[in-house]
Design a protein around this ligand. Structure first.
Ligand code: ADP
Ligand code: BMX
Ligand code: ZN
Length: 289
């Protein structure tokens, strides 16, 4: 049995998978210091299932079994955290790890691979992540950074203020405009009340400022899609994450892309695997290894 874990900036999910079928699933809140994270991980994964392999999709980039944040505001203790060692000691079996968006890219490629061989997956979630399938292969890259589209810069500024930097240290990142965290920050500043991303979406139908924040974020995502198309050439873009799958976000991105010349247009679709696409992707990835 494979234990698949998806460690995101907001939630931790686990699925126990036998012959490709999910027999149990659990989810809890992510924790932002090492001790609380280890306690949560223990609670999440406690079970009597005979785990033979652990498959992990995690936010951050991976090197030698360790996890690092690109955006240290998301998970401050992800500074070479020895996740593979922690899980190997706990389960005493092989541990296979992928970045969360790379895992989801693989998960979304599986149902499409009879049709296409090049795909970009984008998650609009706590941050903005990305994964690339190039010529039928998942690209991870020599530094594990391939697909980290959230930290490519866009010529679209956030609507609150432009002086602040992304948690990666750079100015102008897509993540600083279009992540759930960035949407909440802009909504809170512009509408002058504490708002999260879900509340922003609910307000958008009646409040032009709320709609402007979402349309602006969609324009930023469309810019990043067009840049990726020009850089590596892709056939389809799949959008996931709670923000990406929220009401009307896909349509806003499609509309923004449609304002570009025809050369830059390509199909943009919603994640077939929904919120579980990272779990499914990494479980399949691990099953092949
Ligand atoms: P993770 O980043 O842990 O993978 P999610 O994909 O759920 O998790 O993304 C979390 C972000 O999505 C948070 O910023 C949260 O406020 C936002 N969010 C969650 N649900 C919704 C929703 N229904 N509509 C809009 N934003 C949402
Ligand atoms: C950030 C980065 C990526 C991740 C993306 C989406 C960190 C901790 N993570 O850009 O590695 O793929 O967020 O992740 O720097 P999520 O937390 O929104 O699921
Ligand atoms: Zn950045």
């Amino acid at each position: 049995m494979i234990l698949a874990l998806d460690i995101g900036g907001t939630k931790l999910s686990a699925a126990w998978i036998e012959d490709g079928h999910c027999v149990a699933r659990r989810q809890i809140a992510m924790q932002y210091n090492e001790a609380a994270f280890l306690t949560a991980l223990h609670k999440l994964t406690r079970s009597d299932y005979p785990v033979e392999k652990v498959a992990v999709a995690t936010t951050g980039y991976l090197r030698d079994g360790r996890v690092w944040s690109v955006n240290l505001n998301t998970i401050p203790f992800w500074k070479g955290f020895p996740l593979a060692d922690v899980l190997t000691q706990r389960f005493n079996c092989p541990v296979i790890m992928l970045n969360d968006a790379q895992a989801a890219a693989w998960g979304e490629y599986l149902p499409r691979r009879s049709r296409i061989r090049n795909l970009l997956f984008i998650t609009l979630s706590t941050g903005v992540g990305g994964g690339l399938i190039c010529d039928g292969e998942l690209r991870s890259g020599p530094h594990g950074l391939a697909g980290h589209i959230g930290h490519a810069t866009v010529n679209v500024s956030p609507l609150d203020e432009t002086e602040s930097r992304c948690g990666c240290g750079r100015q102008g990142c897509l993540e600083h405009v279009a992540s759930g965290t960035a949407l909440a920050r802009q909504a809170t500043a512009l509408l002058q009340q504490p708002l999260d991303s879900r509340q922003l979406f609910a307000l958008a139908a009646s409040n032009p400022q709320a709609e402007a924040i979402l349309s602006n974020a969609a324009r930023a995502v469309a810019q990043a899609i067009a840049d990726t198309l020009m850089l590596v050439d892709i056939e389809e873009v799949v959008i996931g994450g709670s923000v990406g799958m929220a009401d009307g976000m896909l349509l806003r991105i499609q509309q923004a892309l449609n304002t570009f010349p025809p050369l830059f247009n390509l199909p943009v679709t919603s994640a077939a695997g929904g919120a579980d696409t990272g779990l499914t992707g990494v479980a399949d990835w691990a099953a092949r290894r």
